[in-house]
Design a binder for this molecule. Structure first.
Ligand code: NAI
Ligand code: MG
Length: 399
């Protein structure tokens, strides 16, 4: 029997393409696992009215570790139009299955590392004081609260009844919206609990302390969003006292998006609520190569799901020879290995990726700054499988 059972959820579009490469690389690295595939994504929405079937939830409950590719999501109305005819008009409402997974299993800690690979032609460069080109090394790990805040789904498309009455008890509401008819007001709430805020802050400080980072940056907006960002900042200040060797920096999300291209090398661990964590992690991902390189972990108390942050890129899904970069997915698999305490294997795969990138012989279309099209391989770009092969070759030769 294999040592581990992993629930693979390739999902839609290029999710399936990159998953295949990640599994090949894991095999090559000697990862002793059997895989069970969980159904998730658009086909299951269309056929069953549920993009996250109960059987998939049960598989994860049983096996605890998931590797997720990507899914296709569409706005409510478009989703309803694509339901199979026998399901239409029966009250099915589409909601994103990856957001669902995070909420069902309380995967409240999202970790998104952004590390520069030497020799990646997509690395951020800037001009130095005397005109020289500088290529700062980014080594940032973003801790994003994954279940609360603006993405928790407590929303109203129009205000009515006791919700409206409750709003009227707030003087800022009366001042700003007192004259607006309630049916013309949409509300999305930003709710933070102390418990989840404590967990994400703790994870960030622990990671910084165990991995030698000198700072934790809280990236919120406490000067304006006083009750949620403000609470998080106050909690961070208290927690920092337990970690005297780590500085707490406080930056506002808007300013941080400007600073990340000025001095990205100054940052270490970043911690933020759900939406700001989402934003700042995409910002940093842009400095290290973009979506082809951005990996993530979603961790709960006993279940964990690992995924690239990119989506299903439907326009590239059906190319006869797939062209997308599998590195984000393979890096996500490395995060899974670390979670399972297989650090040596994760390191072996990361060194292989680093070697392929620094050699520069095998580069997918994004790394060559080409526009994606079926003929990029003819023009010299590596296909998805060729990138997988190159990494596997390095993994094997390091043995
Ligand atoms: P996307 O991430 O799928 O693709 C955007 C663009 O990024 C692509 O057209 C491609 O140019 C590039 N790209 C993405 N992954 C790449 C890779 N591995 N290698 C090279 N280039 C890559 O985002 P988009 O187009 O906004 O969304 C497409 C679908 O994916 C939508 O239905 C969206 O809802 C869904 N989505 C799903 C996510 C998930 O499953 N976690 C996350 C983001 C979007
Ligand atoms: Mg995002």
């Amino acid at each position: 029997m294999a040592k581990y059972t992993i629930v693979t959820m390739p999902g839609d579009g290029i999710g399936r393409v990159v998953m295949k490469e990640a599994l090949r690389v894991l095999d090559a690295a000697g990862f002793d696992a059997s895989y069970v595939e969980g159904d998730i994504g658009w086909d299951f929405w269309c056929r069953e009215g549920n993009p996250l079937p109960l059987r998939t939830i049960e598989l994860l409950q049983q096996h605890k570790t998931g590797l997720f590719g990507a899914i296709t999501s569409k706005p409510k109305e478009e989703a309803a139009a694509e339901l199979s005819p026998d399901l239409k008009g029966k009250g099915y409402v589409y909601s994103s299955p990856i957001v669902g997974l995070r909420q069902i299993f309380d995967l409240d800690i999202c970790i998104r590392p952004c590390h520069t690979y030497r020799g990646n032609p997509l690395n951020f460069i800037r001009r130095g004081a005397t005109g020289e080109v500088e290529e700062p090394v980014v080594d940032v790990v973003i801790f994003r609260q994954n279940t609360e805040g603006l993405y928790c789904g407590v929303e109203w498309g129009r205000l009515e009844g006791i919700v409206y009455d409750a709003m009227l008890t707030h003087k800022s509401f009366v001042r700003n919206f007192g004259n607006v008819p309630p049916e013309e007001i949409a509300v999305s709430t930003r709710i933070f609990s102390r418990k989840a805020t404590e967990r994400i802050l703790r994870s960030a400080f622990e990671h910084a302390s165990k991995n030698g980072y000198k700072s934790v940056t809280l990236c919120e907006k406490p000067n304006v969003i006083r009750e949620t960002s403000g609470m998080m900042y106050n909690m961070a200040k208290i927690m920092q006292k337990e970690y005297p060797s780590i500085e707490l920096w406080n930056t506002n999300i808007d300013a941080q998006m400007m600073w990340l291209t000025k001095n990205p090398e100054d940052y270490g661990v970043i911690v933020a609520g759900n939406m700001f964590g989402d934003i700042v992690s995409d910002g940093f991902a842009g400095l290290i190569g973009g979506l082809g390189f951005a990996c993530s972990a979603n961790l709960g108390k006993d279940i964990a799901v690992f995924e690239p942050t990119h989506g299903s890129a439907p326009k590239y899904a059906d190319y006869p020879v797939p062209i997308v970069n599998p590195i984000a997915m393979i890096e996500s698999a490395c995060m899974m290995l670390e979670h399972l305490h297989e650090k040596g294997m994760a390191e072996k795969i990361r060194s292989a990726i680093a070697a392929v990138i620094s050699e520069g012989k095998v580069r997918t279309y994004d790394m060559l700054k080409m526009k994606g099209s079926p003929d990029v391989v003819k023009k010299g770009a590596a296909s998805t499988a060729q990138m997988g092969d190159a990494i596997i070759e390095k993994v094997m030769s390091n043995e």
